[in-house]
Design a protein around this ligand. Structure first.
Ligand SMILES: [Zn+2]
Length: 511
């Protein structure tokens, strides 16, 4: 703290009086990388009694703008990290605003359900070459955590300011389904839209007989049919020198029936919302939340049709072979995954967008394949694993709270399974009674424990006791605020392991 205060004194050109020094010394912590000088003011983040504030010393235009309590004979201000101040922060310090990730080969979505994880993620940008998408939340996650897109982006802006990170980050309105949701994310300043097309994918086709398919196919407008037949039916397409795709009669009709609606919906959303913004926003099409793996032919057809309709996608998320369950390793045949993943990649390369890998947390066994095949050009989304690292800190620091959270989660597993598909069942719930406190953090390496805690986060955070107080939420936040450095360290290690296995290029520190 002493060196930080000396540094502040230097910035203020030696103008620190006894009162000011006493005030600075009364703070629990000053975030050294957050110190910024602008006009005649020095700004920085500080913590007192587990709460963070923005402190401004020295008068200037921006001093007057920020909301807060005047101190030190009106020459200082203590400002809450509220929404209005977040907007001023983004205005005066543009590096705290999200931007498009185009042009960055490795982009990683780092969803943060609590709004506390980003500083841990940002520390990894000093070691690996990747562009972070720090704000990344789906509507499902917003609803389950009781947050809004404003909260999500505000937390990230403060985290970026805290860490003094200036190399850009994105904000992903993840798994948006409706026009209203897309509009809301754009209004809140999000720079990436992930359109979830699952409601428009017609999965029932896969259960139909050949004659039923023929029948359904004839219900499509004749002009559309003729146009598509001419383009694809019984035609061969060269994706690259060694890889050709052929659409036989029946497969073609099946693909049209399953995906036509999806393509039309995506084109509509693009024309209405994205096209007027001229590439400032990254647009991802996601067809991953469906029952069946996306076939190679279907992927080609969807991409080709989007491009013909003038839709520019930054990335596309197919459903890959095997199971990508939340918060645990890949389940399935790795050889088969590798073969199909390579073909998906060649298609994306051919059309010029990125492959996006959803539910990308903890898929360590296939990460080396992803890194190698894409030659480190991909988008990966992680989210729940960052929450599990928070739970690991709780297991280390407050075993009793961890036990209560786990028991609650286990009891509500069936409710949470309405929102998430996982393999863990009631029969997999283990009792913690005989497990010693010291062994609790290791439980976070057990797939069943991970999945239980992974999907019940919403219920855990929203749970209220009889006195209308939150059962866990306030305790979780208070503990993580107290042990924030431990949380950052845990995230650094865990997401670092992801980047390592993906073989993401390291930054040469010698330079
Ligand atoms: Zn997804």
């Amino acid at each position: 703290m002493k060196t930080t205060i000396d540094f502040l004194e230097q910035l203020l050109e030696g103008k620190i009086n006894a009162d000011e020094r006493m005030f600075l010394e009364s703070l629990d912590y000053i975030y050294p990388d957050s110190i910024n000088k602008k006009d005649d003011s020095v700004l920085f983040l500080a913590k007192k009694m587990s709460t963070k504030f923005l402190i401004i010393l020295g008068k200037s235009i921006l001093f007057d703008k920020f909301e807060g309590e005047l101190i030190l004979g009106n020459h200082g201000k203590v400002c809450p990290l509220n929404h209005i101040n977040s907007q001023y922060l983004r205005e005066y310090f543009p590096f705290t605003s999200p931007v498009s990730h185009k042009g960055h080969p490795v982009t990683v979505g780092l969803g943060d359900r609590l709004g506390l994880a980003s500083p841990g993620h940002l520390r990894l940008t000093k070691k690996y070459k990747f562009f972070p998408i720090l704000a990344q939340q789906s509507i499902r996650e917003l609803n389950l955590t009781g947050r809004t897109y404003k909260d999500v982006l505000d937390s990230v802006s403060w985290a970026v300011f805290q860490e003094g990170y200036r190399n850009g980050f994105g904000a992903d309105g993840d798994h948006l389904k409706t026009e209203e949701e897309v509009q809301m994310a754009l209004d809140c300043g999000f720079t990436m839209i992930t359109l979830d097309c699952s409601d428009h994918i017609n999965n029932s086709i896969y259960e139909m007989t050949k004659s039923q398919i023929e029948e359904q196919y004839l219900l499509i407008a004749e002009a559309t049919r003729k146009d598509l037949e001419q383009k694809y039916m019984n035609k061969m397409f060269a994706v690259n020198e060694n890889f050709k795709i052929f659409f036989n009669d029946i497969d073609f009709k099946k693909i049209v029936l399953v995906y036509l609606d999806t393509i039309e919906y995506t084109a509509h959303i693009y024309q209405k919302f994205l096209s007027p913004l001229n590439d400032r926003i990254d647009f991802e099409m996601s067809i991953d939340e469906t029952l069946f793996a996306t076939s190679i032919e279907a992927h080609y057809f969807v991409a080709s049709e989007l491009i013909d309709r003038g839709v520019k996608i930054t990335s596309l998320a197919p459903k890959f072979y095997g199971e990508f369950q939340k918060g645990i390793n890949y389940i399935g045949d790795k050889k088969q995954f590798e073969e199909e993943f390579a073909l998906h990649f060649f298609i994306s390369e051919h059309f010029g967008y990125k492959l996006s890998i959803h539910s990308g947390s903890d898929k360590f066994s296939v990460f080396p394949i992803v890194g190698r095949i894409t030659k480190e050009y991909f988008h990966l989304k992680t989210a729940g694993t960052n929450w599990l690292e928070a739970i690991r800190v709780i297991a280390q620091k407050d075993p009793l709270l961890f036990r209560q959270i786990y028991d609650f989660g286990a009891k509500h597993l069936e409710d949470a399974k309405k929102y998430y598909h996982i393999k863990t069942d009631v029969g997999d719930i283990i009792s913690l009674e005989k497990i010693s406190d010291i062994s609790l953090p290791n439980l976070l390496n057990d797939d069943n424990v991970r999945q239980i805690l992974h999907i019940t986060y919403g219920l855990i955070l929203q749970a209220e006791g009889e006195d209308d107080q939150y059962l866990f939420k306030d305790k979780i936040f208070s503990l993580l605020n107290t042990f924030e450095q431990e949380y950052y360290q845990g995230l650094y290690g865990h997401i670092g392991k992801h980047l390592e296995k993906l073989n993401v290029e390291k930054i040469d520190v010698k330079k």
